[in-house]
Design a protein around this ligand. Structure first.
Ligand SMILES: [Fe+2]
Ligand SMILES: [Fe+2]
Length: 364
């Protein structure tokens, strides 16, 4: 038997004796690379982005599922049919770091939430909590369902953001289950489903045909709004269990939002011709942030009324709760502006393009 480099030292005779082919042994990608281990974090995905292995191509012609950097096999089936084959369509600088962080910060909705601290609540409070939990159960389903469709559509050459999306799917599954558990943990139950899938941003997330289009709607508009609410969870929690749920969910959401912001920043820097298109998505997202159905704090919805009851401490304090809800809307608007500036699209706040109603919240 010969290989690309002829017989190799001493192994040939053994291979012949054993009836082995060993013709794979000289087919390899770049050889001699050695990743160094960071003492504190262990061997991370960033650490193995060495040599050509850390260098995804600007365009991927990989339709066979070949791992990035491996030697190709000419007779491999074209199993992929990947839609995302342009790096800037999905890339961000720190996906591998966000992926590792996601792995390290997984938590259990069964055992990390002190469920025993939930005590019977007044009926109006319990109903409001269950209405909000019903809304969040459905929203979290969408937040896992949509990235799931993009995982198999992305070239394995861009596996870092692809694998981050897989961690997001796990996170959102846990969010779905933790809010479902809350609805069923205290004598209440699920309430009427909100109108989030047929209109507003959540509906259009499902319809996105481009990854950045989806990401701006999901990671920036949708999850950004939800993150601001989770961060104020102390104000609407009635026990340690609810506080913990909001705190742990916020930790995950901030990672998902960071993914969207960093992707948008990468796109702005590498494909400035696409900025106007992204501004269009943001126009739509701002309208939904103020008045749409995907945002529990948006006005005149079952979930915003439920929030006002939780924030005020019951139906009798609805007005007080509504004033606190306005504070949440302001926080949402301000955090949104910070994120968009950080993503490299801040010009919309300086040139008058941003929705005036949104800017009122920012200024007030
Ligand atoms: Fe979530
Ligand atoms: Fe999320």
């Amino acid at each position: 038997m010969t290989t690309a480099n002829g017989n190799f030292n001493g192994i040939q005779e053994y291979a012949d004796d054993q009836g082995l082919k060993l013709d794979w042994i000289d087919q390899k990608g770049e050889w001699g690379v050695k990743a160094s281990v960071d003492g504190q974090k262990g061997l991370t995905l960033s650490d193995v982005q060495v040599g050509s292995y850390g260098d995804p191509p600007p365009q991927s012609d990989n339709q066979t599922g070949k791992p990035r950097g491996a030697a190709s096999r000419p007779n491999a089936y074209r199993i992929g049919g990947y839609q995302v084959r342009t790096k800037s369509d999905i890339w961000l600088v720190n996906a591998s770091m966000l992926y590792e962080e996601a792995l390290q910060r997984q938590w259990s909705s069964a055992t990390d939430v002190p469920w025993h601290t939930i005590r019977p609540l007044p009926d109006d409070i319990e109903r409001a909590q269950c209405q909000l939990a019903t809304f969040l159960t459905e929203v979290e389903f969408v937040a896992a369902d949509v990235p799931g469709r993009w995982v198999a559509s992305t070239s394995p050459d861009y596996f870092e953001p692809r694998m981050f999306l897989i961690t997001q799917i796990m996170d959102e599954s846990r969010h779905l289950d933790v809010f479902r558990k809350r609805a069923l943990a205290n004598g209440g139950g699920l309430m009427q489903r909100p109108n989030v899938t047929t209109s507003g941003v959540v509906g259009s997330i499902d319809l996105s045909r481009d990854f950045t289009e989806m990401s701006s709607r999901l990671h920036i508009s949708g999850e950004g709004a939800v993150l601001s609410i989770f961060r104020m969870g102390e104000l609407m929690a009635y026990n340690e269990a609810e506080k913990r749920i909001y705190r742990l969910a916020a930790q995950d959401e901030s990672r998902h939002v960071a993914f969207g912001v960093m992707h948008m920043r990468y796109l702005a820097e590498t494909e400035p011709d696409r900025k106007e298109e992204v501004h269009e998505y943001l126009d739509e997202g701002e309208r939904a942030l103020v008045a749409g159905n995907q945002n529990p704090a948006a006005r005149d919805t079952a979930q915003s009324e439920a929030l006002a009851i939780l924030l005020g401490g019951g139906e009798k304090n609805f007005d007080e709760g509504y004033r606190k809800l306005l504070a949440i809307r302001k926080r949402q608007a301000k955090e949104y502006v910070q994120r968009i500036r950080s993503a490299g699209f801040g010009e919309r706040f300086d040139n008058g393009r941003a929705l005036p109603e949104l800017m009122e919240y920012v200024r007030s």
